[in-house]
Ligand binder design. Structure first.
Ligand SMILES: *[C@@H]1O[C@H](CO)[C@@H](O)[C@H](O)[C@H]1NC(C)=O
Ligand SMILES: *[C@@H]1O[C@H](CO)[C@@H](O)[C@H](O)[C@H]1NC(C)=O
Length: 371
């Protein structure tokens, strides 16, 4: 099972994020409502019956059964590597914003764009996101040598620009308009767009810096070898540095075998998870509870926190999203009707209970600050 990345503003390194995960069983979920107290459950009747609900045994065994593959198979295994171009057209630099997931997709796209252009890729630069405030670089998170090695037959990658291009830095682009910066890449641009608009810059200057770059390459209508390469980046080339993997393995181990935990877990907790839940031994739920202030504000929904909540979210929308919240034109009722409101912890709890997870379920909660 994949680990979710976790984020935290007070810790600058993503490497530390896993350490902040905490384990809880569902019956402890109520302790999460601490922002504007007292917050009352919004669905008390449902909540009450969810807590009392006993899942039929048949549903329980289904719950943990692996999903059918429906004929899907890994793409990477069914294709062969592409070839390196005879000569590089120049250097491609990208500056990636967004959270770690978007940055990860951006890295896959950057490799694909370098391939489309026969260019040499500079290890992508990860911007510091205003929400997560994480200053980790690519090499703090991903194994750079592995990345370069896995892709060595597909594209050329350099860790740093050679001296003659060392002027091409993020600072250089942030203070003035520069001819080597590609600023207007449309969202989901085609391969053709890159050949028309970026290749000439590479050919004139030997370098092109693309920023913004998140979501700037189409998912559709790309040559198969480019799609293949994206998969290869995501599933083979990008691996975490050893100390993140070690920490991740330790967490998974604790989730699977809480009995063997090294004393940090309370005896109470262990009793809970090993008692009723013996049939799900070794199983756990991974939950990315993306109910942070920025999400709540961006949704423009109402979460029942009254005037204090309304004011706080309106202020956040004004300062952080600066009028870019199109949903503000709709009422909460309209948004909810369209299913456009992020689920609250309470609603997630109800959903898990409805699926059949009971109070013996171990949950790995990946979360920032719950709003
Ligand atoms: C878990 O739920 C069962 C009923 O399904 C209940 O008897 C038990 O007390 C609950 N355990 C905790 C720790 O809440
Ligand atoms: C890239 O290299 C390949 C093989 O050398 C060549 O067929 C293709 O036309 C090149 N594309 C560009 C954009 O230079």
């Amino acid at each position: 099972m994949a680990m979710e990345q976790n984020n935290n503003t007070s810790q600058p390194h993503k490497a530390m994020l896993f350490a902040l995960a905490f384990l809880l069983s569902l019956n402890h979920a109520s302790s999460m409502y601490t922002v504007y107290n007292p917050i009352k459950p919004r669905h008390s009747r449902l909540l009450k019956s969810a807590v009392q609900r006993e899942t039929p045994t048949s549903q329980l065994s289904e719950l943990w059964a692996p999903l059918e593959d429906h004929g899907w198979k890994p793409f990477v295994e069914s294709t062969k590597p592409t070839a390196l171009p005879e000569k590089s057209e120049g250097y491609i630099q990208v500056f990636l914003d967004g959270g770690l997931n978007q940055q990860r997709m951006g890295i896959c796209d950057a490799v694909a764009v370098a391939k489309i252009l026969n260019a040499t890729l500079v290890i992508p630069y990860l911007e510091v996101n205003p929400v997560w405030r994480d200053s980790s670089s690519f090499s703090d998170i991903f194994d750079v040598d592995h990345f370069i090695d896995v892709l060595k037959d597909d594209i050329s990658i350099v860790k740093e620009l050679p001296d003659e291009y060392s002027w091409s830095t993020r600072e250089y682009y942030s203070i003035a308009i520069r001819e080597t910066r590609i600023k207007a890449a449309p969202v989901h641009a085609s391969a053709h767009w890159y050949l028309e608009n970026v290749l000439p810059v590479l050919q004139s200057y030997g370098i092109a810096a693309i920023s913004p770059f998140s979501h700037r390459l189409s998912y559709d209508n790309l040559p198969m070898d480019i799609q293949y390469l994206r998969c290869k980046v995501n599933f083979q080339a990008l691996v975490f540095v050893p100390h993140i993997r070690t920490l991740g393995d330790a967490l998974i181990n604790r989730l699977r075998y809480p009995q063997q935990a090294d004393g940090e877990m309370s005896p109470n907790y262990i009793r809970e998870v090993t008692g009723a839940g013996a049939s799900n031994a070794g199983k756990f739920v991974v939950l990315h509870l993306r109910f942070d202030k920025d999400m709540a504000a961006h949704s423009a929904c109402d979460f029942g926190g009254g005037k204090a909540e309304k004011l706080a979210l309106a202020k956040y929308r004004q300062v952080m999203w600066q009028g870019r919240v199109v949903n503000s034109q709709f009422t909460d009722e309209e948004l909810r009707g369209q299913g456009r409101c992020p689920m609250t912890p309470e609603e997630i709890g109800l959903l898990l209970a409805a699926l059949g997870f009971d109070n013996s379920t171990r949950v790995y909660l990946a979360s920032h600050k719950v709003f």
